[in-house]
Design a protein around this ligand. Structure first.
Ligand code: ZN
Length: 368
């Protein structure tokens, strides 16, 4: 960036270098579990790569290893394009670098240049996320997103804090009982940092409640509301988001020790909520035992703290990817089931449907 002091070339802190044999050098990108292998004729490249600690300039390195600056720059461009070189370059370019260093370095492995990394980070910090439902998942998701540097959260819930919430809902205390959840959670986020601004909306979700946000730019909607059922709230949010073309995530649903790992929908890019509903209805018709299993809902027992924070962390991770604008989310076209007892996760894939009333070719929200 203009005016900013560029850092000397440096390997990304999350990359390890392994000499596989005399002719193969491997870079392992730890965050994304990816290997990049290059053919080498001798140990020169290994020596140069291990010297990329940010202390030497390109011309110093070229002199030390008797290589032209042009050749060295070619090697560095190759490494930079694959996220092997540290694309942070000058941390002054990144707003609140020290506070959000780990998020920025996560994004770095997906970046192909300093400018690209900066763009992803700026998109996250300038984004607005609507969280519907401030219960066991919604509270943890809000905390996750504030810690990840999301710029603005809209917290939507009309409910008040009850003593039965305290064992699983993040941020609520005994002294908060009877207060609006949106007020309490907004205070907690403010206590954590001024970085994230919060808009509070004291409404329960129904089929038309989201229209109050029609004029507001929203980058992502997360459904953490389960009343009357997760299926209902997901369809209400799904239809609103499809109409506006907003990415959305189903936060989860519960059945005793099982939790749903809900799907991510990017309108026009994958199966929408209606596609899932249609396929699930067909499956339920085919397999009557599954109908019984899915229809058993014991709301009285509530969800379980460790299970909710697990699911919320997955949602938080998915949200960061979506908000970056350039990292593929993981849960498009699938949903999973997490068993807190066995710790098993099972995913099932679902496809976009041509006959979908929402996203199919004749659907009312069709887009590509
Ligand atoms: Zn669809």
């Amino acid at each position: 960036m203009e005016g900013a002091k560029k850092m000397n070339p440096k390997l990304n802190a999350t990359v390890s270098v392994v000499k596989i044999n005399e002719h193969i050098l491997e870079f392992f990108l730890t965050n994304i579990r990816q290997q990049v292998r290059i053919k080498v004729e001798n140990d020169l490249i290994l020596e140069i790569v291990t010297a990329l600690d940010g202390k030497k300039t390109i011309s110093q390195l070229a002199t030390d290893y008797d290589i032209s600056e042009e050749e060295l720059t070619g090697l560095l461009d190759f490494l930079r394009n694959r996220g092997i070189l540290d694309n942070v370059e000058s941390k002054e370019d990144f707003v609140c670098y020290d506070q959000f260093r780990r998020v920025i370095h996560f994004l770095a492995e997906y970046s192909h240049s300093h400018e690209h990394l900066l763009k992803m980070w700026n998109q996250i910090r300038n984004s607005t996320v609507l969280i519907v439902g401030l219960g066991a998942v919604g509270t943890w998701v809000a905390c996750n997103l504030a810690e990840s540097g999301v710029g603005r959260l809209i917290l939507m819930d009309a409910d008040t804090v009850d003593s039965s919430n305290l064992h699983r809902q993040f941020g609520y205390r005994e002294s908060d009982i009877g207060r609006k959840k949106a007020d309490v959670l907004a205070e907690r986020i403010h206590d954590y940092s001024d970085f994230t601004s919060v808009i509070k909306e004291y409404s329960f979700l129904d089929d038309s409640a989201l229209h109050i946000f029609d004029e507001m730019p929203i980058n992502l909607i997360i459904n953490c509301a389960d009343k009357p059922t997760v299926d209902d709230t997901s369809l209400w949010i799904g239809e609103y988001a499809m109409r506006r073309g907003i990415p959305h995530i189903v936060g989860g649903g519960y059945n005793l020790h099982l939790s749903l790992i809900g799907q991510t929908v990017i309108p026009g890019k994958c199966a929408c909520l209606k596609c899932f509903q249609k396929t699930l209805e067909e499956e339920n018709t085919i397999d009557p035992t599954r109908v019984k299993k899915l229809s058993v809902k014991n709301r009285k027992v509530g969800s379980f703290g460790p299970m909710c924070s697990m699911i919320a962390s997955m949602v938080g991770m998915e949200a960061i990817k979506i908000l970056s604008g350039d990292i593929q989310p993981s849960n498009m076209n699938r949903r999973g089931e997490f068993d807190i007892y066995s710790m098993d996760i099972r995913y099932k894939n679902y496809g976009r449907r041509d006959d979908c009333e929402w996203c199919g070719k004749s659907g009312k929200y069709y887009r590509t």
